[in-house]
Ligand binder design. Sequence first.
Ligand code: ZN
Length: 328
Amino acid sequence: MQSWILDESPGNYRFGEIDIPDPAAGGVRVRVVASALNHMDLWVTRGLPKPPVPHVPGADGAGVIESIGEGVTSVAVGDEVVLNPAISCRRCPTCLSGESPLCRSFGILGEHRWGTHSEFVLVPAENVLPKPAELGWAEAAAYPLCHLTAWRMLRRARLVAGESMLVVGVGGGVSSAGLALGLAMGAQVFVTSRDASKRQRALDLGAAGAFDSGEEFPIKSDVVFENVGAATWDRSLRALAPGGRLVTCGGTAGSKVEISLPRLFFKQHEIIGSTMGSYAEFDAVSKVVGSGGAAVAVDEVIDGLEGFPRALERLEAGQQLGKLVLMH
Ligand SMILES: [Zn+2]
């Protein structure tokens, strides 16, 4: 199959041919119709983490079932599907209790296993869902990782209708999904960005207010939705109302932060970590997105798998507002 291939990490991608096996028992092979970029596509080239090589990147995708392994009855050849990028063993007590992101063998498509920037991809049959009929291929490829991550973050932060939420650094995939899902849940959502055009776009999408990420946030909110890290951390904590919850899934602008303990306990704040999501959470967020309940922001659809390097450059420059999608 034709794929983007990483021969060493740190290293650079090359476009070439690589053999892909038949699906194992319980697995399926999907012909990828569209794949979307994530920052992980950059991190694996820097050894963060180091995938087994040769490696094929790409966490997000949608396509058509091309072949099924022994014992697979949930899908058939020709079915149009979206891929759940969060893969766990599905058998241990943690998985069976519904908390698969805490499974010891939890992994992400395109991180420790071959991904979607390729003609074909192999996944367990449990990791495909029917493509929502209302979504085009680009949206279907664009939502899985970011909307799944944002959905679990909002669940773990216990956001409910009527509460206020601040999305720090709107523009990236997860924070755009946080805005859309927060609005879908009936929260009053505020955003921050350094970029005036991104602030305006968030207001157009329904945000109640938009602030400059470089200045003090003039708000006290019930939930703060973070993945910026050190660059905004202190202001994000100060933007919490008494009893507020800060939920974070990353630190794209610095991973070491400080916490003032008196402020934490006097204000009874909570700081919550979250990553990816469970099978049940993927089902749930797919229903919300598939029914049009939460917008999927697609910045650009690029024609052909060969457009990957240009898309990576745009991702690295942080110019995009939403997802970059390759139409294979
Ligand atoms: Zn497990």
